[in-house]
Structures are given as structure tokens and as C-alpha cells.
Design a protein around this ligand. Structure first.
Ligand code: UT7
Length: 393
């Protein structure tokens, strides 16, 4: 398989022209409904004991009817901006990693950009399934290091509950909803995101997929949107690549596993993490695990875990951290970063106030933009008028 042979990607470590990409803010958003395993016992032929023994999961969070990938993503982003003490218009790039976008298009990133009032940002989504946050981190940090942008907001946000087959006990017990975000900013101080490796192997696409609901032909029936997974094969793949991607990113940074303080893995299954720890000959204490109360939140799982790890003091200033993920695609990857500080930067009360007002104004701005677009259409372009110049025949 490709993952055993692939050399380390790109140039080693290095910031270009003394430009480093640092994590300046982070945020999380939990979906409102806590669904314990006992609830699932009522839906499918399963038991709390089976789920805990095979996965480590006791509970997952499910979005209520007012929540979506957009509202969860916005909440996580607002927290991250507050921690970084930045205003939304300082953000130049928004990347959203999600497998459950609000629409096929426009991107969820654009919907979040509008709600934040991040008027100076380019915004787009990426689909790399559960590896999405690592990919987003790779893209955003490369943009910052190369001088393309000075700031970026990356968000992993998911409502997997909405594509779940709640009759399929092999999948519905695993997944949950939530969001997490990072604000990245350029700095000339060494540190921050040191290296990222990204891999894919589309020959394994059939092992884990969700159909789009797009018709097979123009006049065909819309196929039902549903998640399908070959759990055993994904399990085998995951235990292999968690170790290989971690080794690869550590070697690329010129370090060894001994230099790593904390590994934050994709939170899919406790047994996968244990198997990866065994392969890497590392004690489980080096891994941060919180899947017992969130389940697998796909692209949101790593930033959700980071948020909790920082809160609990499991990640400390200057810690060297490896984030490692795997998922549908197949995709897998890892990132190595040095955590700047667990101290929140001193926040200005005035900016706090401005930020709160900003989100209200962002709604008004969005509404007014729609009204203006409407008025422009009605007043300046009466019905029947040809838009633009006619072509000369
Ligand atoms: O982000 C990536 C997403 N995906 C993953 O990470 C998934 C990776 N895979 C896994 O986590 C595991 O394969 C599962 C948790 C999905 C399944 O665990 P397993 O130990 O691999 O179980 P299995 O598929 O080998 O099934 C063992 C038995 C089967 O019964 P039989 O055929 O032995 O009679 C299943 O039908 O367990 C049965 N089973 C269940 N029993 C009770 C499957 N799901 C359940 C269930 N409750 N929810």
C-alpha cells in the first residue's frame, strides 16, 4: 500500500522568509443533545456494554433542530477569535473541513464567513473526511508561511447525525456532531505549525462513504443519502496509518517520538488508539482521548479534543504535539506543532465589546446586502431589460 512506501512530503520543517504560522486562538462547540448508549439500545439491537467494550464510547452529542454545521462552526470560530483577541475582518482565509456541508454549494465556509462578518476573507470547504482538519491545517499554514495570507481561520464542523442510518447498528453507535476551530497568525518567532503530511488512497473509497443524494442520471431517482462503512477494514487501515503518519511527521521535523509531549489522535475508537500506541511503543498517557463523551465527530474531533486538552491542562505551553487523523478517501495525515501558550492573551474589554457588536452588525450587513441586491434588480434593471451589453452580430 502507498502508505508504507511514501517518502516524507515537501521540504523539511522550515518557515519561509522567517514566517511561522502560530495557533493564536482555539474554540469548540458541542451540539446540545447528549445521547447516551442507553438511548441507542432503544433504536437498534445493541448494548451499552458492547459499545463501550468495542469502541470506548459512552455518549455522543447530537445537534438540535436549531443547530447546524453553520451555527456550530460559527460558535467555535467566535471562541477562537476571542482567544486570539482578533476581529473577524482581520481574517484573510477561512477553510472549513466538513463531510456534512449545509449545501453542496455554496460552501459552508461562505455561510460562516457571512455570519462572522469576516469581510476580508476568502472562504472555501474541503472534503477529506475525518482527516479534514489536518488537511485544513496543512493548507492554511502553507499559505501563511508562503506569504499568501497573514491570518487564517480553520474550522472542522459536522452534523453526522443527519446522514446516519439510525437502523444500522454498525455505524450509528459511532458518530456524533460538533465543531472546533483554530485561528492561525503569522509570526517571526519560531514555533507554531512545524510540519504537516497528507496522504490519500482512493482505491479504498468503498470502505467508508456517504452517497450524495445526486441522481444517477438527469431523470433518475435521487438516491438516498446514507453512510456506509466496512468497520473491520477501516479499523485495520487506521491502526496502520496512525503510526506511519506520526513517524513520518516527526522525522520530517527532524525529531524523534521522545520529543513529543502529547499526541492528539482522531477520536474514532479507543481500540484503534491503543493499537497505534502499541505499534509506536508509547504509553497511552501520551495520547489525549475524549471520545467517550463525543464519539467520532469526524473533521471536528481533533480540534474538539485539543480544546478539552488545553482546558484540562493536558497541553501546556511549548509542548510539542502531534495531531494524527485518518478517514474516508481513504485519507490520512499528521501535523506537528508547538503549542504557544495556554495563557489567554490579555483581552481588551473594548475589543470584546466591539466583537459582540460586530456579530450583530454582520447580520444587519448581510440583510442589507440582500435588500440592496434586490433594489438594484428592481430599480436599476427593470424586467425585460437585457443584462449587460448585447453582442454585435
Ligand atoms: O473516522 C473513521 C471512521 N470509522 C472508524 O474508525 C471505524 C473503525 N472500525 C471500528 O471501530 C470497528 O470495526 C466497529 C466498532 C465498527 C465494529 O467493531 P468490531 O470489533 O470490528 O466488530 P465487528 O464488525 O467485527 O462485529 C462483531 C460482531 C458482529 O456479529 P457476528 O457477525 O460476530 O455475529 C456484528 O454483527 O458484533 C456485531 N455488531 C454489534 N453488536 C452489538 C456490530 N455492531 C454491533 C453493535 N452492537 N452496535
Amino acid at each position: 500500500m502507498a502508505q508504507h512506501k511514501s517518502p516524507a512530503q515537501g521540504a523539511p520543517s522550515a518557515a519561509l522568509n522567517g514566517r511561522y504560522a502560530h495557533v493564536k486562538g482555539w474554540g469548540t462547540a458541542n451540539a446540545s443533545i447528549a445521547m447516551h448508549n442507553s438511548e441507542l439500545e432503544k433504536l437498534v439491537d445493541t448494548s451499552h456494554d458492547w459499545i463501550v467494550e468495542r469502541t470506548g464510547i459512552s455518549e455522543r452529542r447530537i445537534a438540535n433542530e436549531r443547530e447546524s454545521v453553520v451555527t456550530l462552526g460559527v460558535k467555535a470560530a467566535q471562541q477562537a477569535l476571542a482567544k486570539a483577541d482578533m476581529l473577524p475582518d482581520e481574517i484573510e482565509l477561512i477553510i472549513v473541513a466538513t463531510s456534512t456541508p449545509y449545501y453542496y454549494f455554496p460552501s459552508t465556509a461562505c455561510l460562516i464567513q457571512d455570519k462572522l462578518g469576516a469581510t476580508n476573507a476568502g472562504a472555501f470547504d474541503i472534503v477529506a473526511a475525518c482527516t479534514g482538519f489536518i488537511y485544513a491545517l496543512g493548507l492554511a499554514s502553507a499559505q501563511i508561511k508562503a506569504g499568501g495570507v497573514n491570518t487564517a481561520l480553520i474550522i472542522g464542523t459536522e452534523t453526522l447525525s443527519r446522514i446516519m442510518d439510525w437502523q444500522d447498528r454498525s455505524t450509528c453507535i459511532l458518530f456524533g456532531d460538533g465543531a472546533g476551530a483554530f485561528v492561525l497568525k503569522v509570526s517571526d518567532a519560531p514555533g507554531g505549525i512545524q510540519d504537516v503530511v497528507m496522504h490519500s488512497d482512493g482505491s479504498g473509497a468503498d470502505l467508508l462513504y456517504a452517497s450524495t443524494g445526486i441522481r444517477e442520471t438527469w431523470d433518475g431517482d435521487a438516491s438516498e443519502q446514507r453512510l456506509y462503512m466496512n468497520g473491520r477494514e477501516v479499523f485495520r487501515f487506521a491502526t496502520r496509518v496512525m503510526a506511519s503518519a506520526t513517524h513520518e511527521v516527526v522525522a520530517k521535523a527532524g525529531l524523534t517520538l521522545d520529543d513529543i509531549d502529547v499526541i492528539v489522535p482522531h477520536q474514532a475508537n479507543q481500540r484503534i488508539i491503543q493499537a497505534a500506541a502499541k505499534t509506536m511503543k508509547l504509553p497511552m498517557e501520551r495520547f489525549f482521548v475524549n471520545l467517550d463523551h463525543y464519539g467520532n465527530t469526524s473533521a471536528a474531533s481533533i480540534p474538539l479534543a485539543i480544546g478539552e486538552a488545553v482546558e484540562k491542562g493536558a497541553i501546556k505551553a511549548q509542548d510539542k504535539i502531534v495531531l494524527v487523523g485518518f478517514g474516508a478517501g481513504l485519507t490520512w495525515g499528521a501535523a506537528l506543532l508547538e503549542w504557544d501558550s495556554i495563557e489567554e492573551p490579555p483581552r481588551s474589554a473594548v475589543r470584546e465589546l466591539v466583537r459582540s457588536a460586530w456579530y450583530i452588525l454582520a447580520r444587519m450587513r448581510s440583510f442589507l446586502s440582500r435588500v440592496l441586491r434586490f433594489l438594484e434588480r428592481v430599480i436599476f434593471r427593470p424586467p425585460g431589460e437585457v443584462y449587460g451589453e448585447k453582442l454585435d452580430k
